[in-house]
Design a binder for this molecule. Structure first.
Ligand SMILES: Nc1ncnc2c1ncn2[C@@H]1O[C@H](COP(=O)(O)OP(=O)(O)O)[C@@H](O)[C@H]1O
Ligand SMILES: N[C@@H](CCC(=O)OP(=O)(O)O)C(=O)O
Length: 314
């Protein structure tokens, strides 16, 4: 069986998009062009008969930007106030863009209690089901303004695991995490250039868990560790999961066309018996070269000098 081609037939898809994908890293402002394309891709998936549920980050980043904070505020209550401002702004943009296609959206804000408390989870599930029946696209985020850190009703801390809980709650058959990186490597490639790309994961064991390190940017939270955690939740619940780079948002179309893009984590009941599939050596060199070129360009752009390689050589 071709597990990539099988993605074409997935019906209920949760797509999570991170702050670094929908904002400009230089200014923290919303990347309108990207958001507009993202919404069009979602509409097109709906036109193909798919059900889509969006999990969108960005509340804290956008809120802190419009309130004039140049870095992530240390105080939790300030971050929560930023989220309250940013969530409204974020939702306003989604509403406006979806409205161009006469598509209704719904804001669903969850806390961890929405999942751990059975009654809350049942309510949330019923709401999602009803929204689906009404052909409304849910746009989900954590309710950051009221989320607390306590052990029992703690916050999710990141939207990767929350998206996986949503996928499990609604019985999705595919979860896509759009990140600032093209998928899972055997180690953080920003720190270890020799890290190998992983195309397919059949089993999440402790060796695989050790590959996932923390976040790579000041706006991202969680990094690869929380994505592996998300993969455990989603694949246990019967959904495949793909991590892919949100830099080119059309990658979502490629994933749905069955192309070998990003890292595919196969669901527990997929029937896959092979091991984890790493990129072959030639592809690995190509990826490494591309990454070094990108790093060189971004360093030169930000006014620094790049000593590793001369950008002109590329
Ligand atoms: N094994 C790994 N493979 C790939 N990326 C990793 C790995 N370990 C840590 N990372 C880091 O995780 C980051 C992606 O997560 P994150 O910063 O939360 O961004 P986003 O919210 O856009 O997904 C990457 O940019 C990378 O620096
Ligand atoms: N709920 C938070 C996002 C948390 C989070 O996981 O952020 P990200 O790593 O950008 O996906 C917000 O909307 O700012």
């Amino acid at each position: 069986m071709d597990f990539r081609q099988a993605l074409k037939d997935k019906k209920k898809i949760v797509i999570k998009i991170g702050t670094s994908t929908i904002t400009y890293p230089e200014t923290g402002n919303i990347n309108l062009d990207k958001l507009e394309k993202f919404v069009r891709i979602l509409i097109n998936l709906r036109n193909k008969g798919k059900e889509v549920i969006v999990v969108s980050s960005g509340a804290v980043g956008i809120g802190r930007n419009v309130l004039g904070y140049t870095s992530r505020p240390k105080e939790k209550d300030v971050r929560q106030a930023c989220a309250a401002v940013g969530q409204g702004r974020l939702m306003m943009m989604y509403e406006k863009l979806f409205a161009e296609y006469s598509q209704l959206t719904a804001q669903v804000l969850l806390t961890k209690e929405s999942i751990t408390n059975e009654a809350c989870a049942a309510n949330a599930r019923n709401t999602f089901d009803r929204l689906a029946a009404m052909h409304v696209v849910p746009i989900v985020n954590e309710n950051d303004a009221i989320s607390v850190d306590e052990e029992l009703y703690g916050n999710f801390g990141d939207n990767d695991t929350m998206a996986a809980h949503v996928a499990s709650l609604v019985g999705a058959d595919l979860l896509i995490l759009m990140s600032d990186i093209e998928g899972l490597y055997t180690d953080d490639p920003k720190r270890n250039p020799g890290a190998r790309f992983v195309h397919t994961v059949g089993r999440i064991d402790s060796e695989l868990e050790r590959m996932g390190k923390g976040a790579g940017t000041s706006v991202g939270t969680g990094g690869m560790a929380t994505k592996i955690e998300a993969a455990k939740i989603a694949t246990d619940a019967g959904a495949d999961m793909v991590i892919a780079n949100g830099e080119n948002i059309y990658t979502i179309n490629d994933i749905m066309a069955g192309k070998k893009i990003g890292t595919l984590f196969l669901s527990r009941d997929s029937g896959y018996t092979g091991g984890n599939e790493l990129a072959p050596e030639r592809e690995q060199y190509r990826r490494q070269a591309k990454r070094m070129k990108k790093e060189a360009i971004s360093q030169v752009k930000s006014g620094g000098q790049y000593y590793g390689l001369r950008a002109g050589n590329w």
